[in-house]
Design a binder for this molecule. Structure first.
Ligand code: BES
Ligand code: MN
Ligand code: ZN
Length: 498
């Protein structure tokens, strides 16, 4: 897709479609007034007729307006002028994107602008615009026999600004958005693939293909014998019921010489049946999404490499299935983790922490400057925060603050939950150093407490994406979250945002 900017008048712009905004109570924006006067008051007439109200969520697509060069004009409601803010702006973008998503429109010029909104800039204006439109075009067709649902991509996207000097920021934002959208699409594809296709080996192959495509990434995949040699018995206890071999995937991107790396660890359970602590049947198919943490960190790696960011990033993904069988781990089994700490596995369904603790211990060899794990870790997180906010837990309020701020910047929000010693007692065990579960209460926090036992001395944060990584119901599918948050966190560190 070609990215362009313009300062020209809306009525003079050629192409498939231009998008203009109209506020409530007949307040017409700059571009809409330009169209209005060029077309002998066509928009004012629609306002008088009540067909254009300017209310949020409303839109109307008109073709062949006299005096207007573009083939179509999409008029989008912006709400009250006095209330217009970043979220109203995003809502208008979403409305516009939804309206054109099943059309033949391939060239768009957006005159929706943030000119009247404080606290943001043209870089984000472009980021949100491109992200919203490109995300709305995502379709998963890989496993359909008829591929016609796949939409042809947009050819040209032009963003209008009032001054030429804004063009550099707009193009930077658009370029970053394209990389983030591509990353989100990869994360969604991996999440949406069925668990008989997206296996641990498939994740490993994907990571290797990415390294083939980006020369700046090196991928290594360890098999079960190496995992055993490393002493990752906690990880191995989870895969012991599965017929598929577990994989430990390591990806390294070097954009900053010898600097200590940022390390992302992603939970890669390609199917979570719960093991011997078997999950109930209804909705169990959704446990194919239990590798969305892995998908997000692998996808963020591609964002970083395609933008050639000046940072060092290492990704570690423990990947396996959690299934019941005669060789599966029993409730009550005790394993010695790679760190040497012993764990009493009281519930085999609390497997995410069992693979992550060994991956976190393994990651120490990279001397991480900061380490962040990303996991669909607990149903309790969904109870606490629902489907809108990812949970952030860290011993460092500073790091947690940077992550929640990145979530706001990227519009991929997170919420800082407490990680305090009081909760850790719930993991006490009579037989091992601690248990892998701490009861129902505060389940998302006790899971983080478990991980914190393996990250002593590290600048570490944990993201629980159980509520945000996928949607259920008729819109069932992976969301690509938290690729935007992670990308924003890195872009800020790399000082790549103008
Ligand atoms: N993958 C699940 C967490 C999950 C459940 C995410 C539902 C999204 C929706 C995880 O492995 C799990 O099963 N956690 C248990 C932990 C419990 C046994 C302490 C849970 O949340 O029920
Ligand atoms: Mn589980
Ligand atoms: Zn799980």
């Amino acid at each position: 897709m070609e990215l362009l900017t313009t300062t020209g008048a809306a009525s003079r712009k050629t192409g498939d479609c231009i998008i203009v905004g109209v506020y409530e109570n007949g307040h017409i924006g700059v571009a809409a007034s330009n169209i209005d006067s060029a077309s002998n008051g066509a928009i004012s007439k629609l306002v008088r007729l009540g067909d254009v109200t300017g209310s949020p969520g409303s839109s109307i697509l008109i073709s062949d307006l006299p005096g207007v060069r573009a083939r179509r004009v999409l008029i989008v409601g912006l709400g009250k002028k006095s209330n217009f803010n970043v979220s109203q702006f995003r809502r208008a973008l979403g409305t516009a994107a939804a309206k054109i998503q099943d059309s033949k429109i391939r060239e768009i010029t957006s005159y929706l602008s943030l000119e009247d909104v404080s606290g943001t800039n043209h870089y984000y204006l472009a980021r949100y615009t491109i992200e919203t439109f490109c995300n709305s075009l995502y379709r998963f067709t890989e496993t359909k026999s008829i591929k016609k649902l796949r939409r042809p991509a947009l050819r040209k996207f032009c963003i209008a600004t009032s001054s030429r000097s804004d063009a550099i920021r707009v193009l930077k934002g658009a370029e970053h958005a394209q990389a983030i959208v591509a990353g989100m699409s990869l994360a969604k594809d991996l999440g949406n693939l069925p668990p008989n296709v997206c296996t641990p080996a498939h994740l490993a192959r994907t990571a290797q293909l990415i390294a083939k495509k980006h020369k700046s990434i090196a991928t290594r995949v360890l098999g079960e014998s190496e995992i055993k040699r490393l002493g990752m018995n906690s990880f191995l206890s989870v895969t012991s019921g599965s017929a598929l071999p577990a994989k430990l995937i390591i990806m390294q991107y070097k954009g900053a010489g010898k600097a200590r790396p940022l390390v992302f660890v992603g939970k890669g359970i390609t199917f979570d049946a719960g093991g011997i602590s078997l999950k109930p049947g209804p909705g169990m198919d959704e446990m194919k999404f239990d590798m969305c943490g892995a998908a997000a960190v692998i996808a963020t790696m591609t964002v970083v490499a395609s933008l050639k960011l000046p940072i060092n990033l290492t990704v570690v993904v423990p990947a396996c299935e959690n299934l019941p069988s005669g060789t599966a781990t029993r409730p009550g089994d005790i394993v010695t983790s790679m760190s040497g700490k012993t764990i009493e596995i009281l519930n085999t369904d609390a497997e995410g922490r069992l693979i992550l603790c060994d991956a976190l211990t393994y990651a120490r060899r990279f001397k991480p400057e900061t380490i962040i794990d990303v996991a669909t870790l607990t149903g309790a997180c969904v109870v606490a925060l629902g489907h809108h906010r990812t949970a952030v837990m860290s011993r460092s309020d500073d790091l947690a603050g940077q992550l929640t701020a990145a979530g706001i910047g990227a519009d991929d929000r997170a919420w800082h939950m407490p990680l305090a010693d009081e909760y850790a007692q719930q993991l006490d065990s009579n037989f091992a150093d601690f248990a892998n579960v701490g009861g129902r209460d505060g389940g998302a926090i006790t899971a983080a407490c478990f991980l914190s036992k393996f990250t002593e001395g590290l600048n570490w944060a944990h993201l629980d994406i159980a509520g945000t990584a996928w949607r259920s119901g008729s819109a069932k599918g992976s969301t690509g979250r938290p690729v935007p948050l992670l990308s924003e966190f890195i872009l800020r560190r790399a000082r790549a945002i103008p």
